[in-house]
Design a binder for this molecule. Structure first.
Ligand SMILES: [Zn+2]
Length: 159
């Protein structure tokens, strides 16, 4: 997995640089989900995106690791905002639960209400980051989503 992230991190686009319009990201993100759902079923397609998010979370967690959990979460928020994934805020943290809100979510901010939560990549990313910190598996799920008419995205992680 580390190899993949290393390979795709190398970008040579002297004129165009590293940024792309969000629509291009969303075309890849949403159409891949639709076609993977057709081929494999919706649940498998969701897991595919969760696992991609987890792979990034795992790598990123290694890079941003800090013994101090608060500091670790701050570094994550900085990364998430800098890379324009969204604006991440911790809304609840205790011994067995973390809740983060992701405003301006890269996947769904501004979408019409389609009656379901769709940000599986983001759920996986948060789960991967937490798993890296704790050194154990966690259960994570999306508890709010713009695509479900809830005005923001929210990920809840149970340790
Ligand atoms: Zn969402």
């Amino acid at each position: 997995m580390e190899d993949i992230l290393n390979q795709i991190s190398k970008v040579k686009r002297d004129k165009l640089g590293t940024d792309i319009p969000i629509l291009i990201f969303r075309v890849l993100r949403h159409y891949t989900h639709v076609y993977a759902s057709d081929l494999l079923g919706e649940r498998a397609s969701n897991i595919l995106f969760i696992n991609a998010g987890k792979a990034l979370g795992d790598q990123l967690g290694e890079r941003l690791y800090d013994e101090d959990l608060k500091r670790y979460l701050e570094k994550i928020s900085e990364f998430v905002e800098r890379e324009k994934i969204g604006i991440l805020k911790v809304t609840e943290l205790n011994d067995n639960k973390l809740v983060v809100q992701l405003d301006e979510c890269i996947t769904c901010a501004g979408m019409d209400n389609i009656g379901k939560r769709i940000c599986f990549f983001e759920v996986g990313l948060v789960a991967g980051l937490v798993e890296k910190y704790l050194g154990k598996k966690v259960i994570a799920y999306e508890t709010k989503c713009n695509a479900n008419g809830e005005e923001t995205c929210e990920v809840t992680v149970n340790f």
